[in-house]
Structure formats: C-alpha cells, structure tokens
Design a protein. Structure first.
Length: 403
C-alpha cells in the first residue's frame, strides 16, 4: 500500500491536517494545539513550542513540514507539531506546559514522539512528563518499534551522552539538529568548491540549533564572520570567537562584541553561506535583496518564504530546502533507533552526516538537471520515496544508503 503526495509542492502546502486537537487552559485561558498531518504510519513526530501569537494554522504548517522531513529522510513516520499561545517569559510557563502535556498524554504514550521546538528544551519536556508519570517524551517510539520500555530506555540514554570533551553541555540530544545543519552546510561548500578553511559563514539565530551548527563547522576550520540574534548583529571578518556565540545559552542573545550592528545586518553580511536558524519567514521577498551570500542553509522551519526562494534563485543564490537541511534531528532518530544493536553517539552523528551529504547532493543535482527550484527538486525526491505502512518507524540503517 502506498500513500501519494500531491503532484506539486504548492498543492502539498494546501493539504489540510488529518488530526487537529485544540486545548484551552483552565488557569490562564491560553489556547494550544496538537496537529498530526497524516495518519499513514504507526508513529508521528515533531516538537512543541511556546510562543505568543501562535495559531492552529501555523502549527499545521509546521506539522506538514515535518512530514516532508520524514519523507525526504525515508522514515516511516508522519509529521506532527504541538504548541501553546503563551509568552515564553511568563512566570507560570512550566506549570502551563505541564497542564498542556497532560492533555496530550494519550497521544504521547502511544503514537506521538515529542521533541523540543522554539522556547522549549528537552529537559523541560522530560521533567514535566516525568511529573506526569511518563518516562520519556519519546516513549511512543518503544511501542512503535515493538520494544519493551526497559530496552527503549537503555538506547535512549545515549541522547544524554557528551559529544564534545571541551563543551560539556553539548550532549547528543542537544547537538543532533545543529549537527545536521552543519553537515548540510559542508555539503554545500563542497558543491561550491570552497574548502571549509576558506569559507566564511554568517548565522542568523543563535539558539540551540545555530550554536550547535557553528560548533561543528568550527571544528572543520570554518570562520563564523557574522552572527545575529533577536536584537543585534556582531561581526568580525577574522572570525568571531566561538565563546561569544555559545555564551548566548538558552536565551539565544549574544553578549556585546565590538561595534554591534542592527539585527537585520546579518542578512547583508558578505559571506559564502548564511545559516538561517532563527524563526519562520526570516527571509522574505522584502529582505531577500539584501543577501550577499552564495547559498542559504536553513535550520529553522519555513525560514525562507517561497517568494524569497524564487527571488534568490534569480540572483543565483542557492537555497537548500529547510526540510532537507533541517531534518538532522529526524536522521539522528534513525541513526539511534534503527540499528540492531545500540550504536555509539559518534555512529549516530556519522549517520546524520553521511545521509545529509547525499540528500543535499541529490537535491542540488536534480534541481540543476531539471531546472527546478531546490524545494521542488527535494519534493520530487520525497514523492519517489518508498512508502511502508506496515514497517516500524526506524529500520536497521547500518551501512544503508538513502532509499
């Protein structure tokens, strides 16, 4: 049996969700939503966000985009998302999240693999669910894989493994999404013929994904010459000290560093690659003409609007689709839960890097050969992926090429 995707990406973006649940908080009155885009597999996956002004339509857009990440990665998983319309600085955020998660418990314990998204960290989710008697945000994976809770727990503990000896806060779980963005960036540099040690990279958005990506890129000799947060841009043509970027911590706000520029200045930074790891629609038709890079690698969902992608293509600026560059978290789940035996943390990251390189190369090649936008090329690859309703979400990926 197979489940087809619509013929074009534009049609896909109009596809309504299969399941949408609305929540109204009894204490504060805010609303929240859980959206599952399709019901094709035994498991769905996607993160939770906390953001003022969040809407059901936006959660549905993100769930739909998660389906593309799963499909491009060749995983037997549906896309989903959840979130609450609440200022993340609210003093009762923790309790509010816990009440919302309690409402989602029937899904989280059976079919919904939950992860962090904007303004939510994995340890917050784990702590809140622990108080509700749920052992892990991803406990539904155990049921979908046919594992005992104990065996699933053994493997999942790898997410807490330290991966950078001199950066103790960076576990496999924190690094995996940023690692995927870095792998996509390195693949683009290879396509452009730029050695990493000669590359200049700007990063828009210095949250967990942006920080993780630049840490990995720096280990390959890449210079980060500009970085922007929600308030300002810092720049140094010789390369910004990584400690400046990583000190942004969970707030994503950079410390003062030299002469600070307006936050929009990062888009105009002269560089080889721009990592768009901030928020949705950060690159639009209104600001795309400011870009002075050769390629954009988005780490944030829906970071580049369709109109902006067309404008950038007209100026020979390559835009890697966000559902390609941003699928590192999904690839890491395959690398973690797919092998027959427990992998090492490095093996998980190696899987992300190898598969991401192939996905980026295949997308760029198809776009060039068929004269397509990269997003349309990647969507065609999604439509070509085999569909296996009857299989577990993650199958043995050791040594397997992308399907």
């Amino acid at each position: 049996m197979s489940a087809s995707l619509p013929a074009t990406l534009d049609l896909f973006r109009q596809e309504p969700p299969a399941l949408a649940m609305e929540y109204t908080d009894p204490a504060l009155g805010f609303r929240g939503w859980f959206v599952r885009h399709r019901l094709d597999h035994r498991l769905c996956a996607g993160g939770m966000r906390v953001a003022a002004g969040l809407t059901q339509a936006h959660v549905a857009d993100m769930a739909r985009n998660m389906t593309l990440k799963m499909r491009i990665a060749g995983l037997n998983v549906d896309g989903a998302k959840c979130g609450i319309d609440l200022d993340p600085r609210h003093p009762d955020k923790t309790a509010a999240m816990e009440r919302f998660l309690a409402a989602l418990a029937p899904y989280i314990t059976t079919t919904y693999s939950l992860g962090p998204d904007l303004n939510v960290e994995m340890d917050e989710l784990s702590a809140a669910l622990g108080r509700l008697g749920i052992p892990s945000p991803k406990v539904a994976v155990a049921r979908a894989q046919g594992w005992t809770t104990e065996y699933f727990g053994e493997r999942s503990r790898l997410l807490a493994a330290k991966v950078f000896p001199h950066e103790p806060g960076w576990t496999l779980g924190r690094l995996r999404a940023g690692y995927g963005v870095a792998a996509a960036a390195l693949a683009v540099l290879d396509h452009l013929g730029i050695p990493p040690r000669e590359a200049r990279v700007a990063v828009q958005g210095c949250g967990q994904v942006g920080q993780g990506a630049v840490l990995v890129l720096a280990r390959h000799g890449v210079r980060i010459t500009a970085a922007g947060d929600a308030e300002k841009t810092v720049a140094d043509p010789a390369g910004i000290d990584l400690r400046v970027i990583t000190s942004a911590g969970r707030t994503g706000l950079l410390p003062e560093y030299g002469a600070c520029l307006p936050r929009e200045a990062v888009l105009a930074a002269a560089c080889d690659l721009l990592l768009a790891t901030a928020v949705e629609a950060s690159i639009t038709e209104d600001n795309a003409h400011h870009l002075r890079c050769r390629a954009v690698v988005p780490g944030a969902n829906l970071a580049v609007t369709p109109g902006a992608e067309r404008l950038l293509a007209a100026h020979n600026i390559l835009v890697v689709p966000d559902f390609v560059a941003g699928c590192g978290g999904s690839l890491s789940m395959e690398g973690l839960y797919g092998p027959e035996h427990h992998p090492s943390p490095q093996a998980v990251l190696d899987h992300v890097a190898a598969k991401m390189r192939t996905l980026v190369a295949d997308t760029i090649t198809l776009a060039r050969d068929q004269r397509l936008l990269p997003s349309e090329a990647a969507y065609r690859l999604c439509r070509q992926r085999p569909f296996h309703r009857e299989l577990p979400p993650y199958i043995d990926c050791h040594g397997c090429p992308p399907n």
